[in-house]
Write a protein of this length. Structure first.
Length: 169
């Protein structure tokens, strides 16, 4: 009889860690949830009075439309980008940037009539800090991100683009 009780105790103790591990599984699953991008809402076309220049390459200058800049619920920063060549040609795009993954995505191209043409490429790409177009790396490191974290809400990011120093208490 004692051997049976001892056997039950040993089996119960052996199963105890497994039951704790099973109880912890939902927390692990919650941490491992796959990131999901929120639905895209295109802004109005950029207006010259809302543009803030933030980067100049040898051949282009880049500006953000401050009224389009948002921090979306999925942790992306979305904005209209206006690239102006040294010859005066403009390219307008609506983009997203992810601080957590050092990636950028092109959502749409601006048309001359103020409408958008959605990009056929539905993919996040790694930001590059080489070549002539380093504008995304500049946005990431100088304005929008602090490491893998967003540097603040949209108004803070706009202030950073304007060159204001923010004081935190």
């Amino acid at each position: 009889m004692l051997n049976k009780k001892l056997a039950h105790i040993i089996i119960s103790l052996a199963l105890l860690p497994a039951s704790f591990a099973h109880a912890a599984e939902p927390d692990l699953e919650e941490d491992d949830k796959e990131w999901r991008e929120v639905a895209l809402q295109l802004p109005e076309a950029p207006k010259a009075e809302n543009l803030l220049n933030f980067y100049k390459s040898p051949t282009q200058s880049f500006a953000i439309d401050t009224t389009s800049l948002i921090v979306a619920a999925d942790g992306t920063i979305r904005y209209s980008l206006v690239a102006t060549s040294s010859g005066g040609a403009k390219n307008i795009s609506y983009e997203g940037l992810r601080c957590q993954t050092y990636q950028v995505k092109l959502y749409a191209f601006g048309r001359p009539d103020g409408t958008w043409s959605r990009s056929r490429r539905n993919q996040w790409d790694s930001i590059t800090n080489t070549g002539a177009n380093k504008q995304h790396a500049a946005l990431f490191s100088d304005y929008f991100c602090e490491g893998k974290t967003i540097a603040g809400k949209a108004s803070v990011l706009v202030d950073k683009l304007r060159g204001k120093k923010m004081t935190y208490y």
